[in-house]
Ligand binder design. Structure first.
Ligand SMILES: [Zn+2]
Length: 447
């Protein structure tokens, strides 16, 4: 890990002069004759329009299945629909396939398949506005046709039910990333959500032997390895063994907001240096959730929690007296009422995270992973749907980011990583199976 850390440090030092260079006004005669084309003079609207904008995390499929929500509908309390995606020039969305592990215990795969189908049904209903794609070329094609590229990522390795066969099935259905865990640890990887809970069994080293096989098989298939949600130990173990660069589909910076699910500066640098020796490194897609962005918001949440828990208990007791269970929707509504009492942080907190990651890991290693429809509307002020994404671009340019840097952050970085993941997959598939086993950088259990 020492080598990685020092490599990371030099990479981040290199990134600083590069950024300064990118912001220096051009002085040559050639540049002045092309002033209108120079990045400096481009408006944020023009930059937004010229970019392939990619968001790597929206939990809208829950709404498709549980609320019969259609992407052509008005938002109606949610964050994501086709109208707002169009307004914000969103080019591609990775819809999250998230299976709540408690109510779906014993049939994770069933719920996973239902959610996957729900995304495809939406595309089938809106062929004029959407396109189901599974590759970087697909994202570019949809962009040329002015359609929203719909992709899928699984949130939580429990969806594969400890089966590489199911993992391959999901790939075949079009899933292109998987977070190794959600907030729950599974049999082969640990989650930041319960790693301190001693009643939950955990792995010894962050990944079991099977967990290492999962990462390897994802590399071989060309499915992006997503380290959002995992424990720190699982993170580092994954980074040691992955052959392809990794992504964090929706994670923010721990230096600015102390959430266990956020990433330390060392982790940010490690993502930037992930992959093989010739890799250009992975990308951290910043989560928009107020509770991951603003320390004061997080502190206010903590302060309000005892009162909220008491109110929830009272609601449950009320239903219990009638011999019933309190409906989840009513509990969520009550919790949201409490959350809404905390003032929304300004948009600048989100820009601070993007800026921090760009400075620590490099501008080639940061992007957007909104978590729309997954955070009960607890988002910074003025950021309610993809229609508001251009305000992020405007704010970045206000802080001196060039048009080129903005386009990288808006989607270019993710496209680069996605391409490299596909390239690594081709290389691994060209190796014959027995040789793969020999070359794996870890011990296989001896039978
Ligand atoms: Zn999540």
């Amino acid at each position: 890990m020492q080598t990685r850390a020092s490599l990371a440090l030099s990479a981040s030092l290199l990134a600083i002069p590069f950024m300064l260079l990118a912001q220096t006004p051009l002085l040559t005669s050639q540049a002045s004759s092309a002033t209108k084309m120079s990045p400096k003079s481009q408006t944020s609207e023009a930059v937004q329009k010229s970019a392939i904008v990619i968001d790597t995390h929206a939990d809208t499929p829950q709404r498709f299945v549980d609320e019969n929500f259609d992407l052509g509908d008005p938002l109606n309390g949610g964050n994501f629909n086709l109208e707002t995606a169009r307004k914000g020039n969103l080019g591609a969305e990775f819809f999250s396939i998230w299976v709540d592990p408690v109510p779906n215990k014993g049939h994770f795969a069933r719920r996973t398949l239902i959610l996957i189908d729900s995304v495809k049904q939406q595309v089938a209903r809106h062929p004029d506005q959407m396109m189901f794609v599974t590759s970087p070329e697909g994202i570019e094609l949809a962009h040329r046709e002015h359609k929203l590229a719909a992709l899928m990522g699984i949130e939580g390795g429990h969806s594969i039910e400890d089966s590489l066969a199911l993992l391959r099935d999901y790939y075949a259905l079009g899933v292109r990333y998987m977070t190794l865990t959600w907030a729950n640890s599974n049999g082969w990887a640990d989650s930041s959500g319960d790693v301190d809970d001693t009643s939950v069994p955990h792995t010894k080293e962050g990944l079991t032997e099977f967990g290492k096989d999962v990462v390897y098989e994802m590399n071989r298939l060309g499915m992006m390895v997503d380290i959002s949600h995992v424990s720190d130990r699982t993170f580092y173990r994954t980074l040691v063994i992955t052959r392809a660069p990794v992504i964090a589909s929706h994670s923010s910076a721990r230096a600015l907001c102390d959430a266990p699910r956020n990433m330390t500066d060392d982790m940010l640098r490690a993502v930037a240096n992930s992959g093989g020796p010739n890799s250009k490194g992975g990308v951290v897609q910043v989560n928009f959730y107020s509770g991951f962005l603003s320390q004061s918001y997080r502190d206010a949440q903590k302060a309000i929690k005892p009162e909220m828990d008491k109110a929830v208990q009272e609601l449950k007791d009320k239903y219990k007296a009638e011999g019933k269970d309190a409906p989840d929707a009513e509990i969520s509504k009550l919790q949201r009422q409490f959350a809404d009492r905390i003032p929304r942080p300004p948009l600048s907190v989100l820009i601070d995270h993007i800026d921090h990651i760009a400075k620590v890991a490099g501008v080639d290693h940061v992007g957007l992973g909104s978590d729309f429809d997954g955070v009960s509307g607890q988002l910074p002020e003025g950021l309610d749907s993809p229609a508001d994404l251009p305000t992020i671009t405007a704010a970045l340019m206000g802080r001196g980011y060039s048009a080129e840097d903005c386009r990288k952050i808006l989607g270019g970085n993710l496209l680069r990583v996605f391409r490299e993941v596909e390239q690594v997959s081709k290389e691994l598939q060209a190796e014959s199976r027995p040789r793969i086993a020999e070359k794996q950088p870890f011990d296989k259990p001896q039978k």
